[in-house]
Design a protein around this ligand. Structure first.
Ligand SMILES: C[S@@+](CC[C@H](N)C(=O)[O-])C[C@H]1O[C@@H](n2cnc3c(N)ncnc32)[C@H](O)[C@@H]1O
Length: 255
């Protein structure tokens, strides 16, 4: 059964609301944010908008200076934790909302940022094009996003076992095409593997990051789970450990 966009959004929000161990289980997300901050350097921007700021890997690692920094996140709980971390820093303001449906009422920004969030969009092309319209002339947009073949192993093991599923991901060209009217400042594509003791360990790690590994349609019976783990171990193991592939694009563009 097809799920309504609102229930998918509620599921995404709840997953991140519950990701209380996020900072222990997200080394790749941290790396992505760090790469964006390195590329931003020490530039000065008047107004900044960060999409899906979460607990603030990017928000807290950047060295740029600014007058006004707006964080928007769909998860109220996560944003409250970030507020707590940034308290007494008057230049920050926070919006709880879905950026795919948010009306910025004519506001414009010199810099738009997003790290490890865009892959969750239901309408990435439309939303990113809308975000480009929020840029002031000469403004910049810097993003980090998970792309294919991230978690290809989960996808295959799910098809074979009927257990769980993988978020559908876009490839590098999908994103760079959306920005083709802008000038590219830099672009990196990274592919790497993380290793785990077992498929179950990997799934626990994955869940603690706030990402879901099952959709609404797939059944999660013990039998299917066992088949998932067996297939995973047989096909994606090296030196007694199982691996998971991560791939991401980090890029910056200017108007
Ligand atoms: C993987 S976390 C990344 C957080 C942070 N940027 C980082 O690098 O650690 C993704 C964040 O995007 C938020 N998010 C997902 N979909 C969103 C949407 N449509 N609008 C706003 N925030 C969204 C989630 O609530 C979550 O906090």
């Amino acid at each position: 059964m097809m799920q309504k966009p609102q229930s998918i959004k509620d599921f995404t929000r709840k997953s991140f609301d519950r990701a209380y161990l996020y900072e222990e289980f997200t080394p790749i997300q941290k790396e992505m944010a760090y790469l964006i901050s390195l590329n931003l350097g020490f530039e000065r921007f008047d107004s900044v908008l960060e999409i899906g700021s979460g607990l603030g890997y990017l928000t807290r690692s950047i060295n740029i200076s600014f007058n006004d920094y707006t964080c928007i996140d769909i998860s109220n709980k996560t944003l409250n934790k970030l507020k707590e971390k940034l308290k007494n820093q008057a230049k920050f303001n926070f919006i709880v909302g879905d950026v795919e449906n948010y009306d910025f009422s004519g506001r414009q920004f010199d810099l738009i940022l997003s790290s490890s969030c865009i892959q969750w969009f239901l309408y990435p092309e439309k939303t990113l094009k809308n975000l480009i319209r929020l840029l002031k002339k000469g403004g910049q947009i810097h993003l980090g996003v998970f792309i294919e073949p991230t978690f290809k192993e989960i996808q295959l093991a799910s098809i074979i076992s009927g257990f769980g599923s993988r978020l559908e991901l876009k490839d590098e060209n999908f994103y760079t095409n959306i920005f083709k009217e802008l000038d590219m400042i830099y672009k990196y594509v990274c592919v790497k593997r993380l290793y785990f003791q077992s498929p179950a360990d990997f799934l626990k790690f994955h869940k603690a990051s706030g990402a879901r590994f099952t959709n609404f349609d797939s059944l999660c019976s013990k039998k299917r789970f066992k088949k998932f783990c067996e297939f995973y171990k047989e096909n994606f193991a090296h030196n007694d450990k199982v691996y998971a592939t991560y791939s991401y694009l980090v890029a910056g563009f200017t108007m």
